[in-house]
Ligand binder design. Structure first.
Ligand code: G6P
Length: 367
C-alpha cells in the first residue's frame, strides 16, 4: 500500500504529528477507557507468577524499555533487567525458570534483538515482544506479542513507534501492578485515567512547534549539546541526544542529571547548550540544583518543564519550553514530543536528509 507524506515536508514530521492518534489507538487495545480499567489482553506469562523480567532492544526501542523498567519496578515492584541487545546476546545472563523475557522492536527484524530472543528461547523462559510489524520474525518467534498500532514508520529515526512502545509499557505496568497486588483497583484506574489523557496532552505539545522551531534554529549553530534528566526523564534525555545526533549530526549526550558532577560538568561553557527535561515531579528540586550548577558556569539552559517548573526554576537566563501540567506518570510519553520536534527542526535548519540520515538504516538486520 501507498504511504505518503501528506502535507508534511518529511515522513518524520508527519509521524511526529500522528502521535496523538496512534497513541490513543494503541492504548485502546490494552485499556478499557469506558470502564476505566485494564483489558484482559492475552499474555504469554502472568506477572504475578514471575519474579524477574529481562528486557532487551536496540536504539530508541532500548530507551523505551529503560522507561518501562522505571514503571514496572515502581508500580508493580517487578525487578527488570534491561540490556542493549548486542550486549545481552553475548553476556550469558542466567535466567531462572521464574523469569520472563520481553523484546522491543519497531521492525521486528533487528538482528541483535532477534539473537537475544533466541538466547532466551534456549533458556526456556516465556517470551513476549512489543512490535510494530505483526508478521515480523521477532513477532513470529515470540510466545505472545503486544502490537504497537503506530502504522508504518518510514522516517529512519523512530518517533511514533517509541511513544506507542511507552504506551504499552505503561499499560503493562498497570496490569502487572494488579496481577502482583501492588496496585489497588483505584490506583490502577487512576493510571488508566491519566493514560486516557495522554493523547490530548500530546496534541497540546504539538502546538509548541513554532517556539521549538525558533530554539532549534539557534541549536543548529552549535557543535555539542548535553541533555539532562532524572528518573523517567533520564532515558528521555538519552533519547533526545540520540535523535539529535542521528538526524542533525550534532554531537549530543544524554546524562542522568545527578551524574553531572561526575564528568560532564567539566565541558560546560557558553558554547554548549544544556537541555534539561524536568516536569515538576518528586525530584524536581534536585534537577534545579543541577541547573544552578550549569548556570554558574555560564552554561545556556533550555528547560522543558510545566508552568510550575518554569516558575520554580527561577534562574537568571534560560529558555523554557512550557508543557501543559499533567500527571507525572504519563510525562515521558508526552515530553517525547518536544524532544523529537527539537531534533527535527534542528536537522531541518541544517538541511540534512531528515528521513534518510547518512550511514543509518531503518532496520539493522545484520550484526
Ligand atoms: C535503527 C533505527 C532506530 C531504531 C533501532 C532499533 O537504529 O534507526 O530508529 O530504534 O534501529 O530498531 P527496531 O526496529 O528493532 O525498533
Amino acid at each position: 500500500f501507498l504511504v505518503d507524506k501528506g502535507n508534511h515536508r518529511h515522513f518524520m514530521e508527519k509521524e511526529i504529528h500522528e502521535q496523538p492518534e496512534v497513541i490513543s489507538h494503541t492504548l485502546a487495545n490494552y485499556l478499557d477507557f469506558a470502564e476505566g480499567g485494564v483489558r484482559a489482553f492475552e499474555m504469554p506469562f502472568d506477572f504475578g507468577k514471575i519474579d524477574r523480567l529481562a528486557v532487551s532492544a536496540c536504539g530508541t526501542a532500548y530507551l523505551a524499555g529503560l522507561i518501562g523498567k522505571y514503571w514496572l519496578e515502581r508500580y508493580a515492584r517487578l525487578p527488570v533487567d534491561i540490556d542493549i541487545a548486542s550486549e545481552f546476546r553475548y553476556r550469558e545472563m542466567p535466567l531462572s525458570k521464574s523469569s520472563a523475557a520481553l523484546f522491543v522492536s519497531q521492525s521486528g527484524e533487528t538482528a541483535d534483538t532477534l539473537a537475544s530472543l533466541r538466547y532466551c528461547r534456549a533458556q526456556g523462559v516465556p517470551i513476549a515482544s512489543i512490535v510494530n510489524v505483526r508478521d515480523s520474525t521477532i513477532a513470529r518467534e515470540s510466545d505472545g506479542i503486544f502490537p504497537t498500532l503506530a502504522g508504518p514508520e518510514i522516517g529512519v529515526a523512530s518517533t511514533k513507534a517509541f511513544t506507542c512502545q511507552l504506551a504499552i509499557f505503561a499499560a503493562l505496568a498497570a496490569r502487572a501492578g494488579l496481577q502482583r497486588g501492588t496496585l489497588s483497583d483505584e490506583e490502577a484506574r487512576r493510571m488508566v485515567r491519566a493514560l486516557s489523557e495522554a493523547p490530548r496532552y500530546a496534541a497540546q505539545a504539538l502546538r509548541l512547534e513554532g517556539h521549538i522551531e525558533k530554539i532549534a534554529r539557534e541549536l543548529s549553530q552549535v557543535r555539542h549539546v548535553l541533555y539532562l534528566g532524572r528518573d523517567t526523564s533520564y532515558p528521555l534525555a538519552m533519547e533526545g541526544a540520540l535523535k539529535l545526533k542521528e538526524i542533525s549530526y550534532i554531537h549530543a549526550e544524554g546524562y542522568a542529571a545527578g551524574e553531572l558532577k561526575h564528568g560532564p560538568i567539566a565541558l560546560i561553557d557558553e558554547s554548549m547548550p544544556v537541555i534539561v527535561i524536568a516536569p515538576t515531579d518528586r525530584i524536581f528540586e534536585k534537577t534545579v540544583s543541577n541547573m544552578q550548577e550549569v548556570a554558574a558556569r555560564g552554561g545556556r539552559i533550555i528547560l522543558i518543564t510545566d508552568e510550575a517548573g518554569a516558575a520554580r526554576a527561577s534562574l537568571d537566563k534560560f529558555e523554557t519550553i512550557v508543557m501543559p501540567t499533567m500527571p507525572e506518570f504519563i510525562a515521558p510519553i508526552v515530553y517525547a514530543l518536544p524532544v523529537q520536534m527539537l531534533a527535527y527542526h534542528t536537522a531541518v535548519a541544517m538541511g540534512t536528509d531528515v528521513d534518510q540520515p547518512r550511514n543509518l538504516a531503518k532496520s539493522v538486520t545484520v550484526e
